[in-house]
Design a binder for this molecule. Structure first.
Ligand SMILES: Cc1ncc(COP(=O)(O)O)c(C=O)c1O
Length: 386
């Protein structure tokens, strides 16, 4: 039976090779290569060149093992791109949130975070030695209520949100958040993992999307693993804060520096984006095509704004597994998202859209979902899953 097959940990190389042997293609909606840069010759070649010249690892924490010019270049260009004074990079985006949140606050402080924040933020708040509470997803009235009720008990308060939510594809209302943080004397941290390279007219993220001054956001964090097709995390903010973090942040001080070839591919991808900001327009065009087609077919895409990440809600977990398998048989890789990172009652197929997708493939994948009864998608299911 279809649903007995494990849709997770798919041996992707084998899947691709066997389809290609049969003259068929594989289209992935499972990877966050938003700008289609993972195969860009500059990105691939820069990693090759740096591997040849600097080797596979920096083999030490940068603090005691010394800096490579490449780290500095990447951090300066990232900060400049974002519009922040400075930035620092770490070996993983996940680690960045955990170590930063665990380090920043003390016992007299409070962290308030959106309930749909990524697991690395949730784990980071648990690692922090302070109180933390979640507020209802994108519900800023709930945030205000919580602040009015308890802010007075704490010395400092940090509000944490994401730029573009990775399971729902919706965004935080940044202008309103800035008003709230100023009214209640809080700090604001935005995780731009999925919004850097995707939101804003040139991919600079949530601030550009809303035309908000970057200095209103105290800490911008993100990853190099998504639009920048590499791996690693970064923190951008005020120069003095970043300087302090470079000497004190455990996940930076006590961890190896970013692998040179990894830093090189991220820097190269950033430079391609700076040179070709229209890549973000192309992504938006493809995403719009996806959203419009899904709407035309009566599929439920939840609150997604239609940039980069768009879920299609499915009426049951079983149906989500079946839909994923159906698409896989047709050469589309779209894993089911059930329970992990989403509420139990909202199973879905999550589509990462890329500037490199073809409109025809988007239509074909969505058409399969709609037309095949195996998904069992109907009006009743729709109201169940929203
Ligand atoms: C919002 C958010 N923050 C952090 C991370 C972790 O990033 P990485 O996978 O690059 O470690 C992710 C991963 O998907 C994410 O969605």
């Amino acid at each position: 039976m279809i649903a007995d097959r494990d849709p997770f940990f798919l041996p992707v190389d084998g899947f691709r090779q066997s389809r290609q042997r049969e003259g068929q293609s594989v289209i992935s909606f499972a990877h966050y290569d938003y700008l289609g840069l993972s195969t860009h010759p500059d990105v691939v070649m820069s990693a090759h060149r740096i591997l040849d010249s600097l080797g596979p690892s920096v083999s030490a924490s940068r603090m005691v093992g010394g800096e490579r010019m490449l780290h500095g270049e990447l951090e300066e260009e990232l900060a400049d791109f974002i519009g922040a004074e400075a930035a620092v990079t770490l070996v993983s985006g996940y680690l960045t949130n955990v170590t930063l949140l665990g380090h920043l606050m003390s016992s007299s402080d409070l962290i308030l975070y959106d309930e749909l924040c990524h697991n690395s933020i949730v784990v980071g708040t648990r690692a922090a030695r302070c109180d933390s509470r979640s507020f209802a997803h994108n519900d800023l009235s709930d945030l205000r209520r919580k602040l009015s009720a308890i802010r007075g008990r704490y010395k400092r308060c940090l509000i944490v949100v994401e730029g573009l939510y990775s399971m729902d594809g919706d965004v935080a209302d940044l202008p309103e958040l800035v008003t709230i943080k100023n009214e209640h004397d809080c700090w604001l941290m935005v995780d731009e993992a999925h919004s850097i390279g995707t939101l804003g007219s040139s991919g600079r993220g949530l601030c550009e999307h809303f035309n908000v001054d970057v200095r209103e956001v105290d800490l911008i964090v993100g990853t190099l693993s998504k639009a920048f097709v590499s791996s690693g995390g970064f923190i951008a903010g005020h120069g003095a804060v970043i300087r302090w973090l470079r000497y004190t942040l455990p996940g930076f001080v006590f961890s190896v520096g970013l692998t040179p070839s990894v830093a090189a591919s991220a820097l190269s991808a950033l430079r391609v984006l700076k040179r070709e900001p229209s890549l973000t327009d192309l992504l938006k065009q493809k995403s719009k095509c996806f959203l419009q087609e899904a709407e035309r077919l009566g599929l439920d895409t939840g609150p997604a704004i239609g940039v980069g990440v768009v879920p299609v809600l499915i009426r049951s977990e079983q149906a989500a597994f079946e839909a994923s398998e159906l698409l896989k048989q047709a050469g589309f890789y779209v894993p089911p998202i059930v329970r992990i990172g989403v509420p139990k009652e909202k199973p879905r197929l999550r589509f990462f859209i890329s500037a490199s997708h073809e409109d025809a493939d988007i239509s074909r994948a969505l058409g399969l979902l709609r037309s095949n009864f195996v998904v069992g998608y109907d009006a009743a299911a729709r109201s169940e899953s929203v």
